[in-house]
Design a protein around this ligand. Structure first.
Ligand SMILES: NC(=O)c1ccc[n+]([C@@H]2O[C@H](COP(=O)([O-])OP(=O)(O)OC[C@H]3O[C@@H](n4cnc5c(N)ncnc54)[C@H](O)[C@@H]3O)[C@@H](O)[C@H]2O)c1
Ligand SMILES: O=P(O)(O)OC[C@@H](O)[C@@H](O)[C@H](O)[C@H](O)CO
Length: 380
């Protein structure tokens, strides 16, 4: 049986990427630090993916097992030795931490297995696999690096499926929205995986996804949080917030249409479809999950800052994006480590210096001025 090794047995790992490999005839070895999930995968060897629809359809995902990367290094290396695909859905900030073990596995593998290995990071981050490749290379000697060509391939990808935090402690089952899209950038012919779409240039796909789905999601999460809402669908019952989401996606849309020559009408349909996906009440998707890690979300290449900078360069409006960033700066949820850090940074350095440190924006730039203007208004 073909083998896939997937780092991150969380929501997207089990509910999307691992599920597609299993459905494509692969045995999936999940690698994670969560002992409870790993033990359960090895005991039960299967789980259910449940669709968040009226009909509550569900599918059984089998041929799965688990390894703990902290306590089973040798077993993880052995699994990498035998894999066709090596994927991740672990969070962009964790990639540097798992790269050394991936590198060890790859180094061992190329000594004895001449089959091709495909590495794909499935994270909400532009060029995530390219970054992961860089971290892996840091851990490889020159001799091994020279042998990678033609044997180990690294493909960037974009992943889209809303998978909320699961309210079923102790179960492996995952509730997911029915929609999904997994786009992988390559011109190679690679072993087929059901649901994987191959494109030669990922840029329009990842930017369209990140600056529509994730920008829109962030606007709802941060404004909803400020309004004391619990979930994304509840927040969307507020017509003012819906208008704000549409206005913000109008700004990212104008940039995307200009940059990639998208059809304006089709892009509007894409936006409408996404807002409808967000309204799915079965998902019960928390504003604190969607708003998680505000330092990452306010980063220079992420869903808020990058489209604003690009819009400004193109002479387009960015005031609604600035409002979204202002609301992100007010995300003071105590249960989120990055939110706590962000609030203490603001307290310590003031809003302009804190924003500049996190986003790379100049303290007195036009975009910063606009963000601070909205921040002061929201604070009132
Ligand atoms: N949930 C979604 O709707 C969604 C959709 C598209 C993309 N994504 C992206 O997928 C990635 C994962 O998101 P998620 O929602 O599945 O998160 P998650 O928290 O449900 O899963 C992450 C998993 O990684 C594991 N992990 C953390 N640190 C680790 C380490 N050092 N070594 C091994 N395992 C470790 C955790 O135990 C957890 O099981 C993120 O980049 C996210 O942006 C999420
Ligand atoms: O995963 P994050 O923290 O980058 O973003 C939160 C959500 O916007 C995200 O998980 C979406 O649900 C997902 O990207 C939908 O495809």
């Amino acid at each position: 049986m073909k083998q896939a090794v997937h780092f991150g047995a969380g929501n997207i790992g089990r509910g999307f990427i691992g599920a597609l490999f299993s459905q494509s005839g692969y045995h999936v070895t999940f690698v994670d630090i969560a002992d409870q999930i790993i033990s359960k995968l090895n005991e039960e060897k299967q789980y259910q993916v449940n669709l968040a629809t009226d009909a509550h359809e569900s599918m059984t995902i089998d041929n799965v097992s688990g390894l703990n990367n902290l306590t089973q290094e040798n077993e993880v290396m052995e699994a990498i030795k035998n894999a066709t695909y090596l994927t991740t859905a672990i969070g962009p900030n964790i990639l540097p931490r798992i790269a050394p073990l991936m590198a060890k596995g790859i180094a061992e593998r190329i000594k004895s297995n001449s089959e091709k290995l495909y590495v794909i990071a499935c994270e909400n981050q532009i060029s995530a696999t390219e970054l992961l490749k860089g971290y892996i290379l840091e851990s490889l000697d020159e001799d091994t690096k020279a042998k990678l060509e033609g044997q180990v391939y690294f493909f960037n990808s974009a992943v889209d499926r809303i998978v909320p935090i699961q309210n079923n402690q102790g179960s492996l089952d995952v509730l997911v929205e029915p929609y999904y899209e997994w786009v992988v950038e390559t011109t190679e012919t690679i072993p087929p995986v059901e649901g994987m779409k191959i494109v030669p240039d990922l840029a329009p796909f990842i930017e369209r996804k990140l600056f529509t789905v994730n920008t829109g999601h962030a606007v709802i999460a941060y404004l909803g949080y400020l309004e004391g809402k619990e979930t994304i669908d509840q927040t969307l019952q507020d017509e003012e917030i819906v208008k704000q989401v549409q206005a913000t996606l109008g700004e990212t849309g104008a940039y995307l249409i200009k940059e990639y020559g998208l059809n304006a009408e089709e892009h509007q349909q894409y936006i409408n479809k996404i807002i409808n996906r967000f309204k799915n009440a079965y998902l019960n998707d928390g504003v604190t999950r969607v708003g998680r890690s505000p330092l990452r979300k306010l980063g220079p290449n992420d869903r808020l800052v990058r489209p604003a900078v690009q819009a400004q360069k193109a002479g387009l409006s960015y005031t609604n994006l600035a409002k979204a960033m202002a609301s992100a700066l007010m995300f003071d949820f105590n249960g989120d480590e990055e939110a706590v850090k962000l609030q203490s940074l603001i307290k310590e350095k003031g809003i302009r210096a804190a924003l500049s440190e996190v986003s790379g924006l100049d303290e007195n730039s036009d975009i910063t001025n606009e963000i601070v203007r909205h921040y002061d208004q929201l604070k009132k």
